[in-house]
Design a protein around this ligand. Structure first.
Ligand SMILES: [Zn+2]
Length: 250
């Protein structure tokens, strides 16, 4: 039951996150107007707003102009549905589950915007660091806040140093995104997310260069990898943190 509830909530949230990815970089309001076709701007009918089902109802094309609707939309909705179902069925509506779900939602939007526009807007990171610290107050009192301040400083500081040394390999958006992750997951969770991001980023980079899709000089946005590492850490923290930090006993 919690799984189904989680899945439904996740698809609705996923649908909203899709709107955020589209509208935030364009400076548009997230609430008005209602969802529309980006080509002919016809508003979607209520039934078409239903996550996943809406896409099936219109067979992936705008009812008015026939413009193809990106399959990313239903995939994002289904993906968020699965993530929410997984976390809520494992943890219930707890502070720790809410912590993971808020962070995953932010990570998804940051990844989507960075992938398309090669930028992570400050609005996706800076104010939410405060939210991360406040959730820490609920989960662990003052000590909880303190461990998250440490996480924020350690993760943001590490990427800041890497950005200086690598001269452009990582940008300000990546620094703030990792600081955000640290403010939600603390030092261990944050660094684990970053290390997973680097491993996946390196593998994908090598594959893209080997296939000739990208050259060595091309910049590949790192935000999506940070987000992926963060999502993996949120879901499999008990499995991955001991693998990344084997000398720590749990
Ligand atoms: Zn249209």
């Amino acid at each position: 039951m919690l799984k189904l509830t989680g899945f439904i909530i996740g698809t609705v949230v996923g649908s909203f996150l899709g709107v955020c990815i589209h509208r935030i970089p364009r400076g548009e309001s997230l609430i008005m107007p209602r969802s529309y076709c980006p080509k002919c701007r016809a508003e979607l009918r209520p039934a078409e707003l239903i996550p996943i089902i809406g896409y099936i109802l219109i067979w992936g094309r705008c009812r008015h102009c026939g413009e193809r609707v990106s399959p990313w939309h239903p995939l994002l909705e289904a993906g968020c549905g699965l993530l929410f179902a997984k976390i809520l069925s494992a943890q219930g509506f707890t502070v720790s589950a809410i912590n993971s779900l808020v962070l995953i939602s932010l990570a998804v939007v940051a990844a989507g915007i960075d992938f398309r526009h090669k930028i992570i807007p400050d609005i996706m990171t800076l104010p939410w660091m405060v939210v991360g610290l406040v959730i820490g107050l609920f989960s662990g009192g003052i000590q909880g806040v303190f461990s998250r301040v440490l996480g924020l400083a350690a993760c943001g500081g590490l990427v800041f140093l890497i950005a200086i040394v690598s001269r452009g390999g990582m940008g300000g958006g990546d620094i703030k995104l990792m600081a955000l992750v640290g403010s939600f997951l603390g030092v261990l969770g944050g660094l684990t997310s970053f290390i997973i991001a680097c491993i996946i980023g390196a593998i994908v980079g090598v594959i893209l260069i080997a296939l000739g899709i990208k050259s060595r000089r091309d910049e590949i946005p790192f935000g999506p990898f940070i987000s992926l590492g963060t999502i993996i850490t949120c879901i499999f923290s008990e499995q991955v943190i001991p693998v990344i930090f084997p000398w720590l006993r749990f």
